[in-house]
Design a protein around this ligand. Structure first.
Ligand SMILES: [Zn+2]
Length: 152
């Protein structure tokens, strides 16, 4: 939504509003519908700008009851997911030896999709075999000297 108000003196007000839902919120249809209906109920951005309200006041009016949090100025906001192949392997490991063997036999591997960012991870038969080996040897001997070093 964009608005520009121009009179004979030039541009008097200009601004816009861009809403983006995070991947997990996109599956919340009710939230998306609420946002869409609120935006649709506005007669445009220009009247809001011309009303003399500040941007925080406009956001408060639109989203104030939805847990609005205005971040300090100039803070860079970036979508970030800390998922990794190692985490996926850790999650797969929790299925246990029998399930992992089943994945190898039936699917020749495993595919996992991060529900947060949508990243797709593929675990090969080799990866799954390694996990089974790890599970079959729960106690790995670690020399004491090495333990001290890694505890830093
Ligand atoms: Zn992710």
């Amino acid at each position: 939504m964009l608005g520009v108000f121009v009179d004979t003196e030039g541009i008097q007000a200009a601004g816009g509003l861009l809403l983006q839902v995070m991947p997990k919120a996109a599956i919340d249809e009710e939230l998306v519908q609420t946002l869409e209906s609120r935006i649709a109920s506005l007669s445009g951005f220009t009247p809001l700008l011309r009303s003399g309200k500040t941007l925080p006041e406009i956001f408060q009016q639109l989203l104030g009851d939805m847990g609005l949090k205005i971040l300090p100025e100039r803070q860079i906001v970036r979508f970030n997911c800390d998922c990794s192949f190692e985490r996926v392997l850790g999650a797969l490991k929790m299925f246990g030896i029998d399930e992992l063997k089943d994945m190898i036999e039936k699917d020749k591997g495993a595919e996992a999709t991060c529900e947060f960012c949508g990243e797709v991870y593929q675990a090969s038969q080799k990866d799954l075999t390694k996990l089974i080996q790890d599970l079959q040897q729960p106690f790995t001997e670690v020399p004491i000297g090495q333990l001290r070093k890694s505890s830093h």
